[in-house]
Write a protein of this length. Structure first.
Length: 195
């Protein structure tokens, strides 16, 4: 996700009128790019893109193929399939973050994007929290209480842990059931990939 400034949204749809309409609605809050084919979406994708709103059925490179490429590249980009394709059981194995069936209102687009941003922020803070707790655990296991109490670096680490913990609490206070499902699914997938 972009740090500081506007989030970047990539709208991908082979129907130019649809892509342009979504982009016009979203420009009030976000930096928006459009791609009118799977090929142009692949060219536009990099770490600067925070959220992709992706149509499934496009000639040439389909939305499903773009989604696979995003995950193969290891991009941290969040992906919402925004499509007229009614979901079938094939979506169970697809690594998207949200699935929305057209037509989609402006409010629904905003809601999807904000949902994905909350989940991404939580995951980023969770990684930070884990790294800090591992550092703390290593020090606690290898230093005396007196050494820990005398160390300004350790006290700074403790304060940083408190701030990150509070940030996680603030993020989860705004979560709904869908946010929790997304975050825990992603954490499970990341854990399985690491094994």
């Amino acid at each position: 996700m972009t740090t500081g400034g506007e989030d970047t949204i990539l709208v991908v749809d082979d129907e130019t009128d649809v892509a342009d309409a979504y982009a016009a609605q979203l420009r009030e809050r976000y930096a928006v790019e459009t791609a009118y084919s799977g090929e142009s979406a692949l060219d536009a994708l990099d770490e600067s893109v925070d959220v992709v709103l992706l149509d499934r059925r496009m000639p040439g490179v389909s939305g499903d193929e773009v989604l696979s490429a995003i995950r193969e590249r290891g991009l941290g980009t969040r992906v919402a399939m925004v499509t007229a394709v009614e979901p079938g059981f094939d979506i169970i194995e697809m690594p998207f973050d949200d699935y929305v069936v057209k037509p989609v209102s402006r409010g629904a687009l905003y809601e999807v994007i904000e949902h994905l941003k909350r989940c991404a922020a939580y995951e980023q803070k969770m990684r930070e929290y884990y790294a800090l707790t591992r550092k703390r655990a290593a020090l606690v296991a290898n230093k005396t209480q007196a050494e820990l109490a005398a160390s300004e670096e350790f006290q700074s680490l403790e304060r940083e842990l408190d701030v990150v913990r509070e940030t996680l609490d603030d993020i989860t206070a705004g979560f709904d059931e869908t946010d929790f499902e997304t975050v825990f699914r992603d954490l499970n997938q990341a854990s399985a990939a690491a094994e």
